[in-house]
Design a protein around this ligand. Structure first.
Ligand code: FES
Length: 144
């Protein structure tokens, strides 16, 4: 991989190195696994900030064990499941939308994939009660 990528990962605090007397970077052996994990995460679209959060859970004072790696992998399970679901929805919705192109705010699930409140009707659904009147500031309105 490109040296510039390693330098970038280091600037992002995803990996660390030590310097030789000649100012060359040296990486510990477990850095290879960190880099592999970063690359895999990037391939599936996980932002580097999230990768950094997960890698920060690894012990810094010793070489991570298999159990350490398995533990942090579990942290991604829910995120990966969510991404798979969204990609499946995108694939299915895209079939309908590719020939349409309207990107309608009212009905396009591709343009508004998370608009679950649209099922309740138009308008500010969180700010009105069942009759469409504004909620009183002290009263709890609709459940979100
Ligand atoms: S582009 Fe028309 S419904 Fe999605």
């Amino acid at each position: 991989m490109a040296i510039s990528a390693l330098h970038f990962y280091e600037r992002q605090k995803l990996i660390i190195s030590r310097r030789t007397s000649g100012n060359q970077r040296r990486y510990k052996r477990d850095t290879l696994r960190r880099v592999a994990m970063i690359r895999i995460a990037q391939r599936v679209g996980i932002p580097l900030a999230e990768v950094a959060e997960i890698l920060a859970l690894l012990p810094g004072n010793r070489t991570p064990t298999r159990q350490d790696w398995e533990r942090i992998s579990e942290c991604w399970q829910a995120e990966l499941d969510k991404r798979i679901l969204h990609l499946e929805q995108l694939r299915d919705d895209f079939k309908d939308c590719v020939g349409c192109g309207c990107l309608s705010l009212d009905r396009c699930t591709l343009a508004n994939p998370y608009d679950v409140l649209a099922a309740r009707g138009p308008g500010p659904q969180r700010l009105t009660n069942e009759t469409g009147n504004p909620c009183h500031p002290d009263a709890s309105c609709r459940a979100s």
